[in-house]
Design a protein around this ligand. Structure first.
Ligand code: NAD
Ligand code: MG
Length: 297
């Protein structure tokens, strides 16, 4: 670990920019197969005790944004339960090893979060094995590309809505039973939820719903002392991309934002840390955009 994340640098040139090598993967994608490999903060994230003693559940924690969040949370002093799909066991083992290297407890809970019972069990198992729950971070999601309404498929959309939206309700309901005042829920929306692309309409609708969930649920849970916030990433270099979008989009990926490159998972983890920590005690119902300078509002 270095203190590199605190050295001022030009964000435009800090990480790789397009053109990228064409690459495609099956869903779910695997970060180790990507070229270049994503930076999840393994060698750069420095903790400062901002989540000391907390118990957190992070979904999508094997790779990409969720992995970066899990590593950051552990280095900030939290024990972390990791949710992911069983086929991602290898990557989840690796995330768990970073949590343990930080001196924290890692609990691995594979399961399909498009299923209600599995979603509830993952929350309850996390609380049981961590000895409580203070933070719920929901990162898991899919992003199907559907170019034309002629290709709209009810089964695909049902699955997407169950995973990207129903899961937020299932997990929030289950987590509330374990929470105490001071607890924090964080969702993962997208710039797509505000500015949809024509080939991502189904996905974009779920991400708009995610930001709306945050605004409404934050008001509902405020009297319980539970904060609800979200993060809306712009283009991030994660396995979601080569497993969801065509090669020509990968080659130019991230080139459209003012910084001219995609973000790396390491560059968004601290936003989740901030929202989870008591530093954000007066912040609820907000979705923070992390988009390489692309204005959304
Ligand atoms: P990723 O592929 O690393 O993470 C997605 C994770 O979702 C997978 O690792 C997997 O564990 C989990 N998942 C998928 N289907 C699941 C299921 N049925 N049950 C349980 N878990 C399941 O990619 P990422 O980019 O880190 O994605 C994380 C989140 O960020 C997603 O919600 C995505 O929509 C959102 N997002 C990503 C970008 C981007 O450019 N990468 C931009 C905006 C929003
Ligand atoms: Mg993964």
């Amino acid at each position: 670990m270095t203190s590199d994340m605190y050295t001022p640098r030009n964000p435009v040139t800090q990480y790789p920019a397009p053109p990228f090598t064409p690459q495609q993967q099956d869903n779910p994608g695997h970060a180790p197969l990507m070229d270049p490999k994503p930076d999840h903060g393994e060698h750069s994230y420095v903790g400062h005790g901002r989540l000391a003693g907390r118990k957190a559940l992070v979904t999508g924690a094997d790779s990409g944004i969720g992995r970066a969040v899990a590593i950051a949370f552990a280095r900030e002093g939290a024990d972390v339960a990791l949710s992911y799909l069983e086929v991602e066991d290898d990557e989840a083992d690796s995330t768990a090893s970073y949590v343990e290297k930080a001196g924290r407890k890692a609990v691995q809970l594979p399961g399909d979060l498009s299923d209600e019972q599995v979603s509830i069990s993952v929350v309850n198992d996390a609380a049981a094995q961590l000895g409580g729950l203070d933070i719920l971070v929901m990162v898991a999601g899919e992003m199907p590309t559907v170019d034309s309404i002629d290709d709209f498929d009810t089964e695909t959309f049902d699955h997407l809505v169950r995973l990207n939206l129903h899961n937020l309700f299932w997990m929030t309901k289950a987590a509330k039973k374990h929470f105490r005042p001071g607890a924090s829920i964080i969702t993962t929306s997208s710039v797509q939820g505000f500015h949809p692309s024509p080939e991502l309409v189904e996905y974009a609708v779920t991400k708009a719903g995610t930001a709306n969930f945050v605004r409404g649920m934050a008001q509902q849970l405020a009297p319980e002392g539970i904060r609800v916030n979200g993060v809306a990433p712009g283009p991030f270099w994660t396995p979601l991309q080569p497993s969801s979008v065509p090669n020509e989009k990968i080659e130019s990926f991230g080139g459209q934002v003012p910084f001219g490159r995609p973000g790396q998972p390491a560059e968004i983890a601290a936003t989740y840390v901030y929202l989870a920590s008591q530093e954000a005690s007066y912040t609820s119902g907000e979705t923070i955009v992390v988009s390489g300078g692309e204005p959304l509002h």
